[in-house]
Write a protein that binds this ligand. Structure first.
Ligand SMILES: [Zn+2]
Length: 546
């Protein structure tokens, strides 16, 4: 061997210095083989090595950045497997939507005042929208007469926190030509008073009909992109390094991609809505194999209604109404079967929104038929929410090898469980049963239905306690470890990404979060109070708490 050869070989053998080393941390890797570590090194955006302080220090070179975390806890970046990012505008902008959630709107008077404020800035005739009211917190659903007090010059549609119900004013009903003689649309309902007059409460498809009849003020593209960026930045501040966008069109995906940019590189997994199946095939095909920024390959569709809106279709009646089983989905079984088969044959992943037990069985039938016709082992087809189950449904899910993204929002929406009856609570949001039977659970918020705050959602999985302090279905309480896994490896698996992310392991993308406390060591009641100190994507800090 010549002298030069020896030098080349020694250079090859010595590991290249790391770009970043992290020392003195309590690293919860989520890697089953090495669950704990104190340090790791990052090179070219990926974890290069995970181990002890001594091992990792040896990888430092002259240009290596060193972060010493003084015992703080580090976990893999959180991934929200079902969220609806939307442009957020502040109230100076003419495009903002009224925040009707319980933090801002505590009474019906607050709601009327908020609509009045917005009306004073909105051209006459243009639609005013709001989101997030909770009838359980307001005492009842608002009526059209309530909203008429705010304006008779604008159509107003205020959407319930479920996203599946809205209440509108009289102008909005007029524009949509809805009167006492209008028939309910299939899969929807115009609520009526005892005289048969529409009350303004719109369920499921009825809400969309009224909203689309009004003309709205469209924000220019630049403002929309900035609005989406605000939303993505909020995600980063909560420790989210990845989000599955639960249904959008190619235009929404384009705006989100623009908003992402270099500044807030949240990794996106996009579910296109079913009308864009061909585009999804094309976008997936064109995607580079190493594309972990914005990925395609999933289709979002619906078979079923809302849990917190109490429209989900059930086998047994709701507890508060003997003869009410929810609203049967407007879609036929045959059309669902055909859709699922198309998605499956196209090699895409199917993600179907379904809540009630009676809805879920129809979805399971469709998956069963498609898999029988074209068997495929690694399909990872999903049910989104899957809220009310029974033993037979759990078994079918396991046998079909489905991935489930259940709700974990009892903290905000515990009171919505009341009308399902206490006998059902241990069979709702079945996180624990699914995990224990080996089904992959993907952690998610369904933002804006509940807050895109992974630590609050994990708190929910562990405690199942409402903000008011009531426990709903304690049998489905998860361990902290199970909750952490759902929001990391579980969600990564749900997007075919578990070999790239979801744990802190050499070779994976260097996405991680620094926490002020260890979720496994704090009191279970305090998990929601843990603070995200820093969020890192691909080895770059993208959020730091000041
Ligand atoms: Zn959703």
């Amino acid at each position: 061997m010549s002298f030069t050869h020896a030098i080349i070989l020694s250079v090859l053998a010595a590991p290249e210095p790391a770009d970043l080393i992290v020392l003195n941390a309590n690293v919860l890797t989520m890697d089953a083989k090495h669950p704990a570590a104190e340090a790791f090194a990052v090179r070219a955006g990926r974890f290069a090595s995970v181990g002890s302080n001594t091992e990792i220090k040896a990888l430092a070179g002259a240009k290596t950045r060193v972060l010493d975390f003084d015992g703080k806890t580090i976990v893999p970046g959180f991934i929200d497997a079902h969220a609806h990012p939307r442009p957020l505008y502040d109230e100076d902008s003419r495009y903002y939507e009224i925040d009707a959630g319980p933090d801002k709107v505590k009474t019906l008077d607050d709601l009327v005042a908020a609509i009045r404020r917005k009306a004073s800035k909105t051209p006459k005739g243009k639609l005013i929208t709001g989101f997030g009211y909770q009838e359980t917190k307001l005492g009842r659903h608002p009526t059209r007469q309530d909203l008429d007090k705010a304006t008779t010059d604008h159509p107003v549609v205020i959407t319930h926190s479920s996203g599946h119900l809205s209440v509108c004013n009289s102008v909005a009903l007029e524009l949509a030509k809805v009167t006492r003689n209008t028939e309910d649309p299939k899969g929807g309902e115009f609520q009526r008073d005892e005289k048969g007059e529409p009350t303004g409460l719109l369920k499921e498809r009825a809400a969309g009909l009224v909203r689309s009849a009004a003309s709205r003020l469209e924000a220019p593209e630049s403002e929309k992109v900035e609005g989406y960026r605000t939303c993505l930045r909020n995600f980063l501040a909560r420790g989210l390094t990845g989000v599955h966008v639960a249904g959008t069109d190619p235009e929404g995906a384009r705006l989100l991609t623009l908003a992402r940019g270099k500044e807030c590189p949240v990794r996106l997994y996009i579910m296109l809505r079913e009308d864009y199946l061909d585009q999804a095939v094309k976008l997936k095909r064109e995607m580079a194999a190493d594309e972990w920024g914005v990925r395609y390959g999933a289709i979002k569709s619906f078979y079923g209604n809302s849990l917190s809106g109490q429209t989900a279709w059930l086998y047994k009646p709701y507890a508060n109404q003997e003869d009410y089983f929810g609203i049967a989905p407007g879609r036929s079984r045959a059309s669902l079967d055909a859709l699922v088969l198309r998605i499956h044959k196209a090699g895409l992943q199917s993600c179907i929104h379904s809540n009630g037990d009676r809805e879920i069985d129809v979805v399971l039938d469709a998956y069963e038929a498609a898999l029988k016709e074209v068997p495929r082992a690694n399909h990872r087809h999903r049910i989104e929410h899957c809220s009310v189950v029974n033993e037979a449904i759990l078994k079918r899910i396991k046998d079909l090898g489905l991935v489930i993204a259940p709700h974990s929002y009892i903290y905000e929406h515990g009171d919505k469980m009341e009308n399902f009856g206490s006998a059902r609570w241990d069979w709702m949001h079945p996180n624990r049963s699914l995990i224990e039977q080996g089904t992959v659970v993907a952690g998610n918020s369904d933002y804006p239905i509940s807050a895109a705050v992974p630590l609050l959602r994990m708190h929910d999985m562990v405690n199942r306690t409402s903000a008011e302090g009531k426990v709903y279905g304690p049998k489905q309480r998860c361990t902290v470890e199970q909750a952490l896994r759902a929001f990391t490896l579980g969600s990564a698996y749900a997007e075919f990404g578990e070999e790239q992310k979801g744990s802190i392991e050499a070779g994976k993308l260097a996405d991680f979060v620094v926490l002020d406390r260890d979720p496994q060591k704090v009191d279970a009641k305090a998990i929601k109070d843990i603070v995200v100190l820093r969020t890192v994507i691909g080895g770059e800090t993208v959020y730091e708490k000041r």
